[in-house]
Every structure is written in structure tokens, then in C-alpha cells.
Design a protein. Structure first.
Length: 273
């Protein structure tokens, strides 16, 4: 499986992807899923793939071939047009392979996240479906995901704001979203590629690959788990009304949130150490 995400804010983009691929339980490999196409000073595209590795490689090969020849993404006048170019290549691969795959009961499964900027436009983010049609991120929904999305979504829903989240904060949210997914799903795993792009840079300057034993990733993971536990301790206590005994009138059951006393809070913190 795969997990990739992109975040767009007024300050730029953050893109992240895992590197684990598997074909069954006994064939697990590491493959980079983040790819860049850059004309410095003119255009930057970051492309993330999920789904079938062979289909992703076919689409990437076609895109690279045209880009190196000065066609395709090298000529796209807008990010929307770039998304349409990628969609066209996905449909081209579909025409080549879909019927053979479906004859053997395999789905045509490849999804793409495209983030980037063309000079004169603002940075943006798009998801391209297997059929080749694009979906654009918005200020109200400033992130997109592909692959194993459910585990890493809640923190993004709660934290990412287009006009308030800095790129440094967005990078932390991306790593926490990725780490939450890796914690809950063994088909998603390191190394984790993280790329941060500031508006109007028009080149790639900040990219890091976090391996499984990376000390900074481990520090973020541990501090996040500690912060979660402390936050739970500071929540109001949950009290349930007891059921009535024999011969007593039943009372409606309610759940009450009762603020803990300082002594109760201190005792809970000591117990958690």
C-alpha cells in the first residue's frame, strides 16, 4: 500500500510520501514515490504516485520522455493543464494495459498527486484519478491524500488552515500524519520523503528523506505521543450516573464532563509517569 499527501497554504506547499510497496505479505520492497520536474525560474512540479507500481512507472516514463524532449509538462501553461497532461498519459497507459489487467481480475489502479507552480501563478495542488480527471485543493480543503488515507486524516482536519498554517507547521503536520499511518498500517513504511516549497521559489531547495532510524523523526514521534497523553490528562473527567438498585426508580442515564480538581489532576499525572 502507499500513503502520500500534499498541503497547500498561502505560503507554499508541503508534499510527503512513504516508500513501501508490497505484492502480498511476503514481497515487500522500498520504492521512491515522489518525483520532481523542474525548469529553474520557470516551473516546478512535484508528483506523488499510489497504486500499482508497474502502472506508476509506465506513466512516469512517458512523462519523463516528453519533458526531456521539451514537450508535455515542459510546455504546460498552467498547473491545471499540467494535471490534464498527466491524465492523458494515465489514459494512454490505461489503453495499453487495462483490458489485460481486468481479464485477469486486476483493477487499473494508479492515482497521482500533483503539486507545484508555474511562473505567474500561485502554487497549487491537484489529485488526478485513474480515469485522468483532476480535482483541485481549495482554501477550505487545503490538503489532498492518496493511498491509505484514513489514519492520517484526522490531524490534518483539525490542524491545517490555508491562511494561518506556516510551512514549518505544515511540515510537522505532514510528518505526524505519516507517522500515524505507519503506526496503524504495516503496508505503509519508511523512508519518508518530505519536500517543502515556498511560493515563487521556482526551484527545489528543501527536501529530506527520513529513514526508519532517523533521530529527528523519532524525536517528533516521542514528543507527540507524550503531548497526547498530557492533553488527555487535562481533559475534564467523564462521570456516568450509576444504575438504580432493586426497587429504585430508574433515572435517565447521562454522561457528565466534570472538571478534575487540582489534586485529582496531579494524582493522574503521577500515575502516568
Amino acid at each position: 500500500m502507499t500513503y502520500c499527501l500534499g498541503i497547500v497554504t498561502k505560503n507554499g506547499l508541503v508534499m510527503a510520501s512513504d516508500s513501501r510497496t508490497n505484492a502480498g505479505y511476503d514481497q515487500v520492497n522500498t520504492t521512491r514515490k515522489m518525483h520532481t520536474f523542474v525548469q529553474p525560474g520557470e516551473r516546478v512540479f512535484i508528483i506523488l504516485f499510489s497504486g500499482s507500481l508497474s502502472l506508476s512507472q509506465s506513466v512516469l516514463t512517458l512523462l519523463n520522455r516528453d519533458f526531456e524532449a521539451g514537450k508535455g509538462l515542459a510546455l504546460a501553461p498552467s498547473l491545471y493543464d499540467a494535471a490534464r497532461i498527466i491524465g492523458e498519459q494515465m489514459r494512454r497507459v490505461s489503453d495499453l494495459d487495462r483490458s489485460s489487467l481486468e481479464r485477469d481480475h486486476y483493477n487499473f489502479n494508479v492515482n497521482v498527486l500533483l503539486g507545484g507552480q508555474i511562473r505567474g501563478e500561485n502554487p497549487n495542488l491537484m489529485l488526478i484519478y485513474p480515469q485522468g480527471n483532476p480535482l483541485q485543493a481549495t482554501e477550505d480543503s487545503p490538503y489532498l491524500q492518496i493511498g491509505e488515507t484514513k489514519y492520517g486524516r484526522p490531524i490534518l482536519d483539525r490542524g491545517i488552515k490555508y491562511d494561518r498554517t506556516t510551512l514549518e507547521e505544515a511540515a510537522k503536520y505532514a510528518l505526524l500524519s505519516m507517522d500515524s499511518t505507519m503506526k496503524s498500517n504495516v503496508t505503509v513504511g519508511p523512508p519518508v520523503d518530505l519536500l517543502v516549497y515556498s511560493t515563487d521559489e521556482l526551484e527545489i531547495t528543501r527536501h529530506r528523506r527520513f529513514r526508519e532510524d532517523d533521530p529527528d523523526l523519532a524525536k517528533i514521534r516521542v514528543r507527540w505521543e507524550q503531548a497526547l497523553r498530557q492533553a488527555v490528562l487535562r481533559l475534564p473527567n467523564v462521570r456516568l450516573n450509576r444504575r438504580p438498585g432493586a426497587g429504585q426508580e430508574p433515572q435517565p442515564e447521562t454522561i457528565q464532563l466534570v472538571e478534575a480538581t487540582p489534586a485529582e489532576s496531579e494524582a493522574a499525572q503521577q500515575a502516568n509517569k
